[in-house]
Design a protein around this ligand. Sequence first.
Ligand code: MEV
Length: 421
Amino acid sequence: MDQSSFKGFYKKSIDERLDILQAATGLSDEEITILKNTGGLTPDQADRMIENVVGAMPVTMGIATNFVINGTDKLVPMAIEEPSVVAAASNAARMSKSAGGFRTRTTDPIMIGQIQLTGMDDPEAAKAAIEENKASLLEMGNAKDPMLVKLGGGARDIEVRIIDTIKGKMVISHLLVNCLDAMGANAVNTMAEAIAPEIEKLTGGKVYLRILSNLAIYRLAFAEATWTKEVLGGENIVDGVIEAYAFAEADPFRCATHNKGIMNGIDAVILATGNDFRAIEAGAHAYASWKHGGYKPLTSYEKNENGDLVGRIEIPMAVGLIGGATAVHPTAKIAVKILDIKSASELAQVVAAVGLAQNFAAMRALATEGIQRGHMGLHARNIAVMAGADGDMIDKVVSVLVAEKNVRIDRAKEVLEELNK
Ligand code: MEV
């Protein structure tokens, strides 16, 4: 395709970009109208969010109900395209209520900024030089963010490691920064860049990378809940969930899917609140490997003395309430209002609870009737709509497909045709 008409695309208005895009791709007027729907954003807001904006990709947002977190009722907005997730989370939360719901907490919001030092003759001496000058380096970092410091955050410590690489030894400094209610990438990256020249001066080495690590081992969220054997429908179901957990604990193939199910819930809240779900994903899976020296589940389960199921989650949770899309995206702002939270720590706790609930729901379904029965109805709805059903006809087609256990588009079209006759 000749892309010459896209020259200076970034300087154009959204309407001008859409004209260029339509001419280049042959999109219909209807399709252009769909792109113009920028969800909760005004076109101006959309145009400031990223570059070369032509539209938005609205994701459905649902409300998970029944969550009780540290004794407080919470409604949880979840933005996700996958059916069943919101229903499963709400159901898991409902089942946890008789034992008090979710108990949650976080560590301090400490993020790590990495500074990569190379080319030293004596890595040990370089490490020592950095450690000896910690106080002045921290001061230098904090000078870059007086507001964060004033509010009680800021650079707290520097940890220095020597690592072996294919290019020889490197001295990696970890600048630990309390980011308070910010996700912290900006603050941490600015500080890391600010102290890097001083690290070079102190050591005679050369700094390359100065960037936040998403493996946020010091910024953790924890949640725990109990599902009684009565609510679960018997101790055999408690055992089934523990068998499922043992499978994930022993097998990375299963563990990837186990953790994916956790992230179904987590990413949905992260996205609804305008947070960075890639950062959370990266941190979660890296932590799942780092913590135990091999890829493991982010949740764990055991049976308590009553024979009830106790589930726990421990996960890095680098979320913010100030800055980024959370502060500007109107839908994200509404999501935060619905959550009724005032701090990033509170948000992290809700997210952890939802991750645990989501995982429990999947484990319970998988260990009993299987996942397909619950999925089938929702999947059948999508198939019925794809086959052309609307209004009352959707439910009629769905009931036939589900009864026949044959949720396929060709069958849906046939059923629709028969019903229309
Ligand atoms: C599907 O999105 C998520 C599950 O596969 C998670 C799991 O298997 O634990 C159901």
